[in-house]
Design a protein around this ligand. Structure first.
Ligand code: 1GP
Length: 252
């Protein structure tokens, strides 16, 4: 079964998923081993691999390490068109629909399409919606776009609706890595209520409580990066809160 089909099936069954975001530049291999081990134990659903800017050439190494150690699917979440590796299982083909930078809406896609067509990767078209996270994020700077203000639920909702009508298969609400303010539950509720595509939410999620609130509000897949890099022991409680959709599993 494809990763996209599994996401749709889980959505239909009301099951929620956790993806751990691994920035190949930031993660040391020793630390990676620990993150993989804890992720397998906690039944983490996906690894997302990517960063806004990758300076060191560690992408292939990181993918090989993960593949050697476990079966958790690896999804490329590319910050740019150079972040491509056939060692992954799938790629989020991101269109930055919150922005008005034609290159990131369609331009880069035209250039990469023939390479992706030849690749064994599962390509998942994704409406990437950047929300103001209260800090100037790397994505904001690199993409030269303005994020949607975090109180403007209606803009996020209409953007996701348009993305779905254009045929994008997933929506990703992202406050940006290291966001001070993660995406609000009211925005998640509004977007989830107006669209049928699986909904990914990430950026600045630091606690199991927030992850739980997000899935209750309608997010299907929660992405956590920074918080796990700082404290890999969080993986277990995040996964438990998301999979069980229960506050009782969140340690006090
Ligand atoms: C960023 O959604 C991801 O694109 C994850 O953000 O690193 O803040 O968890 P964090």
């Amino acid at each position: 079964m494809t990763i996209y089909d599994s996401l749709k099936q889980k959505k239909a069954r009301g099951e929620k998923s956790l993806a751990i975001l691994i920035d190949p530049d930031k993660m040391r291999l020793k630390h990676l081993e620990q993150v993989i081990r804890l992720s397998v134990d906690a039944k983490v659903d996906y690894f997302f691999i990517g960063g806004s800017l990758i300076v060191n050439d560690m992408l292939d190494n990181v993918l090989s390490e993960i593949k050697k150690a476990c079966d958790i699917p690896m999804v490329l979440f590319p910050g740019n068109s150079f972040q491509l590796s056939y060692k992954a299982d799938a790629l989020l083909f991101l269109s930055l629909i919150s922005g008005r930078n034609a290159e990131l809406l369609i331009g880069k896609h035209v250039i990469t399409a023939p390479y992706l067509k030849m690749s064994p990767l599962e390509i998942i078209s994704t409406g990437y919606i950047l929300i103001d996270g209260g800090v100037n994020s790397t994505v904001q700077y690199m993409s030269n776009t303005s994020p949607i203000p975090n109180t403007k639920d209606d803009i996020a909702m209409c953007t996701a609706m348009a993305g779905e009508m254009l045929g994008l298969k997933l929506m990703y609400l992202d406050a940006g890595s290291g966001a001070k303010n993660p995406v609000s539950t009211s925005m998640i509720e509004n977007v989830a209520g107006a669209t049928q595509t699986p909904l990914i939410v990430g950026g600045g999620i630091r606690t199991a409580e927030k992850a739980y609130a997000n899935v209750k509000a309608g997010a299907d897949l929660i992405v956590v990066g920074n918080a796990i890099e700082k404290d890999p022991m969080l993986i277990k409680e995040m996964a438990s809160a998301i999979h069980n959709q229960s506050k009782t599993n969140i340690p006090a």
